[in-house]
Design a protein around this ligand. Structure first.
Ligand code: AMO
Length: 452
C-alpha cells in the first residue's frame, strides 16, 4: 500500500490506508489509546489497542496501516482538517525511536537562550513552525511581486573584496592569504546588475559584525534586495516598495489564516498609501510630542522610531510610515543627494510598529560624481574600480531598497526578539550553540594565530 498524507484521509472513509508521521500526543483511555500523528499536512487521530503501541512515545516516527472511520458526532474536532475521521490502527511500525524528550515540545516554557540551544527540537513546536510558514509567504510574495513587475532574479556573492555600506562592521576572512570580507549587503552587485537587466532583485544572506547584543540585530540575516533603472523620480522607489509590502500583508492574510490563528495575532494596520514624512519633520513632531530634542540628529533613535510610529497610528491609523530625506552625512557614498538641498538625500526608511524594516533610495548614477563621492567618504576609488565599470559605461537613473527578512517577520508577528524570527540565528554569542560552550580559550588562541 502507498502512503497517503493525513489530510487526504477524509476521502477514504471505510477504506484501508497507510499513513506516517511523528507522534504529537498520546492519550491513554484504558482499553484504547489515541495518538495524534503529525505529518507535513497536519494532524490525524489514530485509535489503537494498547498492546499495539505499548512502547510508543511522543516524537517516535511511525508508519500506521488501518481503516479510516467517521468519528462519533460528539468526538468531531472542528479545529482539524481531519477532525471528522480517525484511523483505526491494525499495524504499527516504528520507523525511528525518539529518546526521552528533555521537555514537552507542545508546551514550551523555556527562556529564549534555551529555546535556541535546542533549536532542532523546538522548531517542531506548532507556534514556532507557524512563524516560519509565514516567513515563507514573505519570501515568495517578494519574489512573485517583483517578477510580475518585470524584475529579474540573480544571486549575489557573499565573499567580497571591500566594505560597501560603511558604518556597520564587517567580518574579515583569510581568503587564500588575501583580505576579503563577508558581504554586508548585495548593494554594489545589485547596482551593477541594473546595467544588465534594468530591474533586478536578489535574496541573500548578509553579515554584520554587530558589536552588541540587541533584540533587533543579527550577525547574519537574509536581505531581500531590489534595484531598478530608468526611474522617473525617486518616489517611484517608494511606490514599488509600497506594492511589495502591501502584497506581503495581503498574501499572509490570504494564505496563512491557520498560522495566524495558532499564533493568535492580528497583522499590523496598513493603508493603501503608507504615510511619508521627512526626517526633519518627524523630529519636529517628536519634539512637540515628547519635548525630546533630537532635531539635529542625523538618524532616529529607537525611542524616536517608536514615537513617530505612535504618531502615524494616531494620525493615519497606520502601523507603517516612511521616513525620507536622511542627512547626506549619515548615508553611504552611493546615495543621491536631494537636488533641492544637498545636505539631505533622496533616501528613505520604512518603519513598522516602531522599528525600521526597509532602507532604500536613489543612487548616484553619474560616474564622475560617484568617483568624487567615494573620495569624499574617505575611500579610494581604486578599490571600487570593478563596481565603477558599470557607471563608466552608461547607467540610467536608478535606485532600490532592501528588506530585512527577520525584521519584517518580527514586526509583522509582534515578536519580542529578532532571534525568534530566524530559524538558526547567529549573534555575537552564538553559532548554533553558545560560543562560550563551543570555543574553549585554548582553541580561540589557536584560531587567532592562524588569521595573523
Ligand atoms: P541597511 O543597512 O539599512 O541598508 O539594511 C537594510 C535592512 O536590513 C535590515 N537589517 C538588519 N536585520 C537584522 N540584523 C541586522 N544587523 C540588520 N541590519 C540591517 C533592516 C534594514 O532596514 N544597502 C542598503 C539597502 C538599500 O539602500 O537598498 C542597506 O543594506 O531591515
Amino acid at each position: 500500500m502507498e502512503r497517503i498524507l493525513n489530510n487526504r484521509t477524509p476521502n477514504f472513509i471505510g477504506k484501508p490506508v497507510k499513513v506516517s508521521g511523528w507522534v504529537d500526543t498520546r492519550r491513554d483511555h484504558g482499553k484504547i489509546v489515541f495518538l495524534d500523528l503529525l505529518d507535513r499536512s497536519g494532524i490525524l487521530q489514530i485509535v489503537c489497542s494498547p498492546d499495539l503501541v505499548r512502547e510508543i512515545h511522543n516524537e517516535d516516527v511511525l508508519e500506521v496501516e488501518g481503516n479510516v472511520q467517521e468519528r462519533p458526532a460528539n468526538m468531531v474536532n472542528p479545529n482539524l482538517e481531519t477532525g471528522k475521521v480517525e484511523v483505526s490502527a491494525e499495524k504499527v511500525k516504528i520507523l525511528a525511536k525518539a529518546q526521552t524528550l528533555p521537555f514537552e515540545i507542545k508546551d514550551l516554557k523555556l527562556t529564549l537562550p534555551t529555546l535556541l540551544d535546542f533549536r532542532p527540537l523546538t522548531l517542531r513546536n506548532e507556534k514556532i513552525r507557524a512563524i516560519f510558514k509565514i516567513q515563507e509567504t514573505i519570501l515568495e510574495t517578494f519574489q512573485k511581486t517583483l517578477k510580475d513587475l518585470g524584475f529579474t532574479e540573480f544571486k549575489s556573492p557573499t565573499i567580497v573584496p571591500a566594505n560597501a555600506e560603511g558604518g556597520a562592521a564587517v567580518f574579515h576572512i583569510d581568503y587564500y592569504n588575501y583580505d576579503a570580507y563577508l558581504a554586508q549587503s548585495p548593494q554594489l552587485y545589485k547596482q551593477i546588475m541594473v546595467g544588465v537587466f534594468e530591474r533586478v532583485f536578489t535574496i541573500t544572506s548578509v553579515y554584520r559584525a554587530e558589536p552588541s547584543v540587541t533584540t533587533r540585530h543579527l550577525s547574519e540575516y537574509i536581505s531581500l534586495d531590489a534595484e531598478m533603472g530608468f526611474i522617473s523620480s525617486w518616489e517611484e522607489l517608494l511606490d514599488t516598495c509600497e506594492i511589495v509590502i502591501t502584497n506581503i500583508f495581503s498574501q499572509i492574510q490570504k494564505e496563512n489564516s491557520a498560522e495566524l490563528k495558532i499564533l493568535g495575532i492580528e497583522l499590523p494596520k496598513i493603508n493603501e498609501k503608507i504615510p511619508r514624512i521627512k526626517i526633519r519633520e518627524a523630529q519636529e513632531k517628536i519634539f512637540e510630542r515628547t519635548k525630546r530634542d533630537n532635531r539635529k540628529e542625523p538618524d532616529l533613535e529607537p525611542d524616536d522610531e517608536k514615537e513617530i510610529c505612535d504618531f502615524a497610528k494616531e494620525k493615519y491609523n497606520s502601523d507603517l510610515i516612511f521616513i525620507t530625506h536622511y542627512p547626506t552625512k549619515k548615508r553611504p557614498f552611493y546615495t543621491h543627494p536631494d537636488p533641492e538641498d544637498k545636505d539631505y538625500t533622496l533616501s528613505f526608511d520604512l518603519l513598522c510598529r516602531g522599528l525600521e524594516i526597509v532602507t532604500g533610495g536613489q543612487r548616484i548614477n553619474d560616474y564622475e560624481t560617484l568617483v568624487s563621492n567615494i573620495k569624499k567618504w574617505g575611500n579610494n576609488p581604486g578599490d571600487f574600480q570593478y563596481y565603477l565599470q558599470a557607471f563608466k559605461y552608461g547607467m540610467p537613473p536608478e535606485g532600490g531598497f532592501a528588506l530585512g527578512l527577520e525584521r519584517i517577520t518580527k514586526q509583522i508577528l509582534g515578536l519580542e526578539n529578532i532571534r525568534e524570527a530566524s530559524i538558526f540565528p547567529r549573534d555575537m554569542e552564538r553559532i548554533d550553540e553558545r560560543l562560550s560552550v563551543l570555543q574553549p580559550k585554548e582553541k580561540s588562541k589557536d584560531a587567532k594565530k592562524k588569521t595573523k
